[in-house]
Design a protein around this ligand. Structure first.
Ligand code: KMT
Ligand code: NI
Length: 177
């Protein structure tokens, strides 16, 4: 079952640590940010949600040093990318099949809310929200990634000029105001 809490900005522990500030975040607070969470024990439950929301494509991603193409260095490079704050122009469903990791999303005050996710956790990250991902100290996760249309990997980094003017960003901000 996922844990949701404010990320501890003070700690300079490695990024693979929990960084739990001790301040929990409720389901209601998540809903206000447009983030959907559900524990889905039976993978068939994922199919119901995917169908309802008209998802057509998916892939399975495995992040660990042994199986990642290119090994440890390639995995670290991938993780560096995932950990850069970014947004997508479409919502994304992530369903954890095994292992664990962290999804961080920005709240309305631009603070990091951390979701520590485990097997059976399903998260929907809305279009336009700034977020990032990383592994925990176990350095292993297996997740189903669902896409509405074609797998689309455009991540708009927060540092990109004009990102605040992006239409999906604006729509997202309107949706939470
Ligand atoms: C994302 O958008 O940052 C991701 O999908 C991270 C990898 S899913 C385990
Ligand atoms: Ni992303």
């Amino acid at each position: 079952m996922a844990q949701f809490y404010y990320y501890d900005e003070e700690s300079n522990a490695p990024y693979t640590e929990d960084h739990n500030s001790g301040k929990a975040v409720s389901g209601e607070q998540l809903a206000k940010l447009g983030v959907f969470y559900r524990f889905v024990e039976d993978p068939e439950g994922v199919e119901v949600i995917a169908k309802e929301r008209k998802y057509k494509n998916r892939d399975t991603i495995v992040l660990d040093e042994k199986s990642f193409p290119g090994g440890k260095d390639a995995l670290n490079a991938k993780l560096d990318l995932f950990f850069q704050e970014h947004l997508h122009e479409d919502e994304e469903i992530r369903y954890i099949l095994d292992g664990e990791g962290y999804f961080d999303v920005r709240d309305a005050d631009d603070k990091w809310v951390r979701a520590k996710v485990f097997k059976g956790d399903l998260l929907i990250i809305p279009a336009g929200i700034f977020h990032r991902f990383t592994l925990s100290t176990t350095r292993y996760i297996k997740a189903l990634r669902l896409f509405r249309d074609q797998p689309k990997w455009e991540a708009l980094q927060r540092s990109t000029a004009g990102v605040e003017k992006n239409q999906h960003r604006k729509e997202y901000l309107r949706s939470i105001s």
